[in-house]
Design a protein around this ligand. Structure first.
Ligand SMILES: Nc1ncnc2c1ncn2[C@@H]1O[C@H](COP(=O)(O)OP(=O)(O)OP(=O)(O)O)[C@@H](O)[C@H]1O
Ligand SMILES: [Mg+2]
Length: 380
């Protein structure tokens, strides 16, 4: 079998990025473990790597990431992707980002994004199954983009149409009906693409999550993912065998817009669409949110994230950089060991305040770093 191209981060040099200092550090091509007390910059380092590979933030926007008192940040990195070593440089200021690959602006950012992949699990991702639906929609939409990069444009188009339609619905004296109807087709088209992409991905994730949850981590319940659409007559479970085509939903959305037009005008907003859908996970048919113990929620989240890593890695044909920020500590040692075995092969960055014993054993190519006041130093 052909080996997939790997993505590796050899070193990064952040400037004006949160509390990070630019220290000359060579990372291991295997496992990198970063320990350090609270508030030293462990999460910031993983976030800087995430920025460089995804060209987007994990926590907040450009302004949040710029060091206090500065007005831009940059991250330079030596990376391997597409079987070659490259220098990648990202500079962000105001709302704009500038990317240089080997000193040259790429024709399309997507050409770069297509060759690199970072899969991540940050502490805030632990809340996805139990907090508000907007977090779940964001999670699945971002996963759809990582699965198929042009999906980003579909999401942008949908957001634009929804915003315009909602402003029209809010007009004093009510909207012009003719103008309102011109939004039906573009709305139905992008809404149906989002819905089918989510269902197709959730169906793949559902199967893999259950395998990992029971066989990989050793839990006892059957895990399943469910989709809860705002659109009537849609299957509400993602446990399907078939592949969904956007066309299947287009007419359903057109009918739904027709049916809800009066309600939308009264409400002053669009009351049907993927912006209102939700999804969730069940264990033996009972919702994780209200049924699972804290440890089981954690296991379920690990199973879901590992499933996402697997599905994305398989689809993209790339060995990604794996970023795991401080989410191992509450797992017991048996589960921790199993989760480490289930990580994708390739380069891994793991953080925790103190190194758990399983971590030290888990890779032969292993480097241990200490983070102190934004400066990362290799200690063994
Ligand atoms: N824009 C910014 N400018 C300057 N400092 C910042 C900025 N954003 C965050 N920080 C600081 O970075 C520090 C390190 O944050 P980080 O989240 O990386 O810590 P950590 O090592 O992961 O800690 P923990 O173990 O508590 O998760 C924090 O003390 C925070 O105040
Ligand atoms: Mg942290």
């Amino acid at each position: 079998m052909l080996k997939s191209p790997v993505v590796l981060v050899h070193s990064i040099h952040p400037r004006n990025f949160r509390n990070l200092k630019s220290s000359p550090t060579e990372f291991s091509e295997g496992a990198n473990f970063i320990s350090g007390a609270n508030g030293q910059g462990k999460t910031n380092l993983l976030e800087a790597i995430y920025w460089l590979i995804s060209l987007r933030g994990k926590r907040g926007n450009i302004q949040d990431a710029i060091s206090k008192g500065e007005d831009w940040f940059s991250i330079d990195g030596n990376l391997t992707f597409g079987d070659l070593k490259h220098t990648v440089s990202l500079r962000a200021e105001g709302r704009s980002k500038k990317l240089l690959i080997d000193g040259t602006t790429p024709k399309r950012r997507r050409d770069y994004l297509q060759l690199v992949l970072a899969v991540d699990f940050f502490p805030e991702d632990l809340l996805i199954l139990i907090m508000e639906p907007s977090l779940r929609r964001r999670f699945i939409d971002l996963a759809c983009v990582q699965y198929f990069l042009p999906h980003e444009e579909v999401l942008r188009k949908f957001k634009r149409v929804l915003t315009q339609r909602n402003s029209l619905l809010k007009m004093p004296g009510g909207p012009n009906m003719g103008v309102l109807q011109t939004f039906d087709t573009p709305f139905a088209e992008s809404a149906s693409e989002i819905t089918s992409a989510r269902l197709n991905l959730l169906s793949q994730l559902g199967k893999r999550t259950d395998e990992i949850f029971r066989e990989g981590i050793g839990e006892k319940y059957i895990a399943a993912l469910h989709y809860h659409p705002s659109l009537k007559n849609l299957p509400d479970s993602a446990d399907f065998e078939k592949q969904f085509e956007p066309l299947e939903f287009r007419n359903k959305y057109l009918e739904a817009l027709e049916r809800s037009r009066g309600r939308d005008i009264d409400a002053g907003r669009t009351t049907v669409g993927p912006h209102l859908d939700d999804w969730g996970m069940s264990l033996d048919g009972k919702p994780v949110r209200t049924f699972a113990s804290r440890g089981e929620v954690r296991s379920a989240m690990f199973a879901l994230h590992l499933a996402r890593f697997d599905v994305l890695t398989g689809k993209r044909g790339i060995e990604p950089v794996v970023l795991i920020d401080d989410v191992m500590s509450e797992l017991d040692s048996k589960r921790r060991a199993r989760v480490l075995e289930l990580l994708p092969k390739g380069q891994v960055f793991l953080t925790a305040c103190d190194p758990p014993p399983e971590v030290v054993k888990f890779a032969s190519d292993f480097a241990h770093f200490e983070m102190t006041a934004g400066e990362v130093k290799r200690i063994d």
